[in-house]
Design a protein around this ligand. Sequence first.
Ligand SMILES: CC(C)(COP(=O)(O)OP(=O)(O)OC[C@H]1O[C@@H](n2cnc3c(N)ncnc32)[C@H](O)[C@@H]1OP(=O)(O)O)[C@@H](O)C(=O)NCCC(=O)NCCS
Length: 198
Amino acid sequence: MNKKDQYFAHETSVIDEGSSIGSETKIWHFSHIMSNAIIGTNCTIGQNVVVSPEVILGQNVKVQNNVSIYTGVICEDNVFLGPSMVFTNIMNPRSEINRKNEFKTTLVKQGASIGANATVLCGITIGEYALIGAGSVVTKDVPQYGLVVGNPSKQIGWVSKRGCRLNFNKKEEAFCPESGILYVKENNIVRVENQKIN
Ligand SMILES: CC(C)(COP(=O)(O)OP(=O)(O)OC[C@H]1O[C@@H](n2cnc3c(N)ncnc32)[C@H](O)[C@@H]1OP(=O)(O)O)[C@@H](O)C(=O)NCCC(=O)NCCS
């Protein structure tokens, strides 16, 4: 349950009973946290954000303005949701049909970032540290460290944990230009050779 003295909620925000908000988290103007939503520590929930029932956000999740995070969405630690990006939770909505028991799970894995105004169809997994370009429409799973853009989004490359482009050589090795960390690609799966963070 909430310990109201351990997080900040702007006076215009609405926090429903039964939600759980971690310490050091900040919730800004006009945002609504609904019942049974779970928000980890040190998160930032921007302006005009809705976090629907049962949503789970890990630690240090950054949600920019005007994002609705619908039931069925799970964001792991260190996920970034860009301004006005859009989640969905039903593939074939109809006003006349109640599909509340058909919400699909969308999983955004650790460290992934979703660009401004992107749309993520439901039932999709966005891999660890993947980067979704602004305005993309994501229609299928994105591999870890994958960089995708466009509508429908297509993979145009790979990025490091720092979000820098990875240019693989003939040995399928690439160094992050910022951190110097070595990444390797095997069977089209990218991983950090040295598991040190950053
Ligand atoms: C996806 C992104 C990371 C790519 O950056 P980059 O590695 O510097 O890529 P480039 O600018 O070299 O572009 C490579 C190609 O992809 C295209 N492209 C880049 N971003 C694109 C996007 N969002 N949608 C469609 N195409 C895009 C470029 O036009 C270029 O195409 P070309 O090769 O035909 O000329 C960046 O463009 C982006 O969208 N970042 C997200 C910004 C954002 O939403 N931030 C939110 C916080 S404010």
